[in-house]
Design a protein around this ligand. Structure first.
Ligand SMILES: Cc1cc2nc3c(=O)[nH]c(=O)nc-3n(C[C@H](O)[C@H](O)[C@H](O)COP(=O)(O)O)c2cc1C
Length: 325
């Protein structure tokens, strides 16, 4: 397998580089709007995720001063290497947003070219951006000449089976300064259904010289090396399978996690949520709770009861009780 790692660092523990930024490790938490906020990214990073990418930032919202947007921007030093991911259909707004975000000192910027949501893709942002080759060229030429940090892209295979243009887009990206491509190996029309096409990830690896991160359908930690060996990609991104299972980055199997470890990790996550969001932290933690507790021996009723707590200490005590630890 060629991991495109050459030179004096080849024997160090660096897995690959994004521009000049060393990435250590081969599995990265995929950005997920509404899920991968700073507390969850911090937790996954601690568990072994090799880098952190923000939930997508809507350039339009930032420029229009949407009231909640600034809240999602602060990140912790422990998340580094850290990227903000931006989406929009307008080149200058994306570039202006990236310039604005530089005040937080991210390590790199990622451009979302994969969001399949109708309201995003149908206005030519997210996966819709892949349909306009000239705009992609202008965007990457402009943004990479403007910023001093590397710029990466997260793409899909294309719009649908009749428009599989990921290789053409990849060449445009590479020719215009893009430092790394993450490929969610589905089309926009597939959204999150069907099977991710790992063969296409291998084709992308063969087609470009910049690093490639493969994404789609990793369910278990043993599939991390499986996808890397199958495709030759530099690393993988894990999305849905990390929700309620951050241990996937420790290469641990869910079923091997002891109740004690499960409790301590949930408590750690809850504490990070409360620290970041204060009183709203416990409410926002509920979106992770169900997944954490979806294990044998925990009844539906116990999960429902966990949703009723509004005091973090009482919730922690309750979790300790139902997990018998
Ligand atoms: C709830 C949810 C939100 C997502 N939000 C984003 C996002 O903000 N930016 C992005 O690039 N991808 C987003 N994605 C796509 C994931 O990053 C990933 O590409 C996709 O889930 C496939 O990986 P998986 O099979 O490991 O889940 C989202 C996916 C989900 C399920």
């Amino acid at each position: 397998m060629d991991t495109k790692l050459t030179g004096s660092h080849a024997s160090s523990n660096v897995t690959f580089y994004i521009g000049k930024i060393p990435i250590i490790g081969n599995a990265i938490l995929a950005p997920m709007d509404g899920i991968t906020d700073s507390p969850f990214r911090q937790l996954c990073k601690k568990m072994g995720s090799a880098a952190s990418v923000s939930e997508f930032v809507n350039a339009l919202n930032l420029i229009n001063g949407h009231p909640h947007i600034e809240e999602q921007l602060p990140f912790s030093e422990s998340e580094r290497p850290f990227a903000y991911q931006i989406f929009d259909n307008n080149v200058s707004r994306i570039v202006d947003t990236a310039k604005y975000l530089m005040k937080y000192k991210p390590d790199f910027i990622d451009i979302n070219m994969g969001c399949s949501n109708r309201s995003v893709a149908n206005r030519g942002a997210g996966a819709g951006l892949m349909r306009d080759h000239k705009k992609v060229e202008l965007l990457f030429k402009t943004i990479t000449n403007t910023l001093t940090v590397p710029v990466t892209a997260k793409i899909r295979l294309g719009w649908d089976v009749n428009e599989l243009n990921f290789l053409e887009i990849a060449h445009i990206l590479e020719d215009n300064g893009c430092s790394c491509i993450s490929l969610h190996a589905r089309t926009r029309v597939q959204q999150y259904g069907g099977k991710a096409d790992w063969d296409s990830i291998a084709s992308l690896v063969d087609a470009v010289t910049i690093p490639v991160i493969g994404n789609g359908d990793i369910q278990h930690s043993n599939q991390i090396t499986e996808l890397i060996s199958y495709t030759g990609c530099n690393a993988v991104m894990i999305g849905r399978a990390a929700i309620g299972n951050p241990w996937i980055f420790q290469k641990e199997k869910q079923e091997q996690i002891s109740n004690q470890d499960r409790y301590l990790t949930m408590k750690d996550h809850l504490d990070l949520m409360v620290e970041y969001y204060e009183h709203r932290g416990i409410i926002l933690f509920r979106k992770h709770l169900k997944k954490y507790l979806s294990i044998p021996d925990i009844s539906k009723e116990s999960i429902q009861k966990a949703f009723t707590f509004t005091n973090p200490d009482q919730l922690a005590q309750y979790l300790q009780g139902i997990l018998h630890c």
